[in-house]
Design a protein around this ligand. Sequence first.
Ligand code: SF4
Ligand code: SF4
Length: 82
Amino acid sequence: MSLIITDECINCDVCEPECPNEAITPGDEIYEIDPKKCTECIGHYDTPQCVEVCPVDCIPKDPDHVESEDQLMEKYKQLTGQ
Ligand code: SF4
Ligand code: SF4
């Protein structure tokens, strides 16, 4: 499943450049993750890079976008043209 940024986000900007899929953008009030682009970093890294760097731990899994590891790998392949 993709991840989601909660309203605890302090707009510190550190997660955006870490995302290998360019899934993170500044929203109207807080940063947002595009569920069509987030693969939980599968294909690129062993762990979600945004979660690694977020200083306030405000990036949980999004229960509205449940996906298996295989589905996330498929998404990675589509995003990278493989
Ligand atoms: Fe981007 Fe990875 Fe965070 Fe998803 S888990 S938003 S792919 S850095
Ligand atoms: Fe918000 Fe966390 Fe990203 Fe900083 S790292 S902008 S607090 S989601």
